[in-house]
Design a protein around this ligand. Structure first.
Ligand code: GCO
Ligand code: MG
Length: 409
């Protein structure tokens, strides 16, 4: 089964997505997600200029060999652009293998280890009534675990808070990338945030009770000692996890956070190989691995990272915002269903236009996702529909402190 054709398709239904589509000599078509938010065209060029020519005539069954070839023969290893490009190839080859075998990918990964995949959704609000309303709306959608993000007094806009949350009864999800020629500037004040956040969790717990699993994303903004302080302050509210409390490029820094708090920690959405986790996993400095399958080289290496984490009682919390396409989401779901150390899956729902471009067979019922039983990944790209939405320049925002200093976003 030879790879005969490889195409890179960039489409922007509700936002930009980069998809690799492989066709084999016996007519199987496999797709993979290569979307890197705000840097989409770099991955598209990496794929079309440097990967597509290498794929033609390769044996489509040799997933591991192709992965190792792309990783090692480039000489320049790692990095989000390289790893997103390799991920798309890996996913597309798993999709093809599933179709050739007549089985969903999770069967090829060892079969189901659970009946369904518990997902968490993103609630947010500019004030408590808006936040409570958003939490209720997520519960109405079936979510049984909810991430809580909130505005901070004195700051104009804060990561994770939907701009027009819940207006006119419609559910506005938070979408960080904005279609514009330049990145938007946001403001940040860690002290104000550290003071405000525990009051929000106090209010949410007294309104929604003790049982609802609650999550929060610190989005890389704290120093280790600030993160330690926040983790400690949030202990009474029993979080499911505190995410990205520090930038975590310095893995050893997490030792300090860990010494001070029992709030569970999740890290890794900007990581792209197992090496980014080595200290975090072997020293048990985190509780959940947050990588996206799309940004970590695909299903094959992600399974290895999660199997490694399992030896240290660390679970999965695979990244699943809207900037992961439905193909990347499906890849995550096949892994979630098959691995033993599943923790939780992030699930931010895509818009209607995206759902027409990517025909999906995964389901979300009563808070649980399932990848479905179609052979392969279970997502098909509607090329005609994709062609209606050309790429649009879009960027993630960035932060400045009140004195004008650039801060982590
Ligand atoms: C999350 C993430 C996202 C990122 C986004 C950047 O936890 O879902 O933090 O919201 O900001 O994926 O592209
Ligand atoms: Mg995050």
């Amino acid at each position: 089964m030879r790879i005969e054709n490889a195409e890179v398709i960039v489409t922007s239904p509700d936002r930009n997505f980069v998809t690799l589509r492989l066709t084999t000599s016996d007519g199987h078509v496999g797709i993979g997600d290569a979307t890197l938010n705000g840097r989409e065209m770099a991955v598209a060029a990496y794929l079309s200029e440097h990967v597509v020519p290498l794929l033609i005539n390769r044996d489509a069954h040799r997933i591991e060999d192709t992965w190792q070839f792309l990783y090692r023969s480039a000489y320049w290893r790692r990095g989000p652009v390289t790893m997103a490009a390799i991920a798309a190839v890996d996913m597309a080859l798993w999709d093809i293998k599933g179709k050739a075998a007549g089985m969903p990918v999770y069967q090829l990964l060892g079969g189901a280890s659970r009946n369904g995949i518990r997902a968490y959704g993103h609630a947010s609000g500019r004030d408590l009534p808006e936040l409570f309303d958003s939490i209720r709306k997520h519960q109405d959608l079936g979510y049984q675990a909810i991430r809580v993000q909130t505005a901070v007094p004195g700051l104009k806009s804060v990561y994770g808070v939907a701009a027009q949350a819940q207006s006119s009864g419609k559910r506005y999800d938070y979408e960080p990338a904005q279609r514009a020629a330049l990145p938007a500037e946001e403001d940040w004040d860690t002290r104000a945030y550290l003071k405000h956040l525990p009051t929000v969790f106090e209010a949410v717990r007294s309104e929604f009770g003790e049982d609802l699993p609650l999550l929060h994303d610190g989005h890389h903004r704290m120093t280790p000692i600030q993160a330690a302080k926040l983790g400690k302050a949030l202990e009474p509210y029993d979080l499911f996890w505190l995410e990205d409390c520090t930038p975590a490029e310095n893995q050893e820094a997490l030792r300090l956070v860990r010494q001070h708090t029992t709030t569970p920690l999740a890290i890794g959405e900007v990581f792209n190989t197992v090496w980014d986790y080595q200290t975090l996993i072997t020293e048990q400095l985190i509780d959940y691995v947050r990588s996206a399958v799309t940004h970590t080289g695909g299903i094959s290496p992600m399974k290895k990272i999660l199997d490694f984490a399992a030896q240290y009682q660390i679970k999965s919390g695979i990244h699943g915002p809207t900037d992961i396409s439905p193909v990347g989401m499906a890849a995550a779901l096949h892994l979630d269903l098959s691995i033993h150390n599943f923790g939780i899956q992030e699930y931010m729902q895509h818009g209607d236009a995206t759902n027409l471009v990517f025909e999906q067979s995964f389901t979300f019922v009563d808070g649980y996702l399932h990848p479905g039983d179609k052979p392969g990944l279970g997502v098909e790209l509607n090329v005609d529909e994709a062609g209606k939405y050309p790429y649009q320049t879009a960027y993630l925002p960035y932060n400045r402190l009140h004195d004008g200093t650039v801060h982590d976003w």
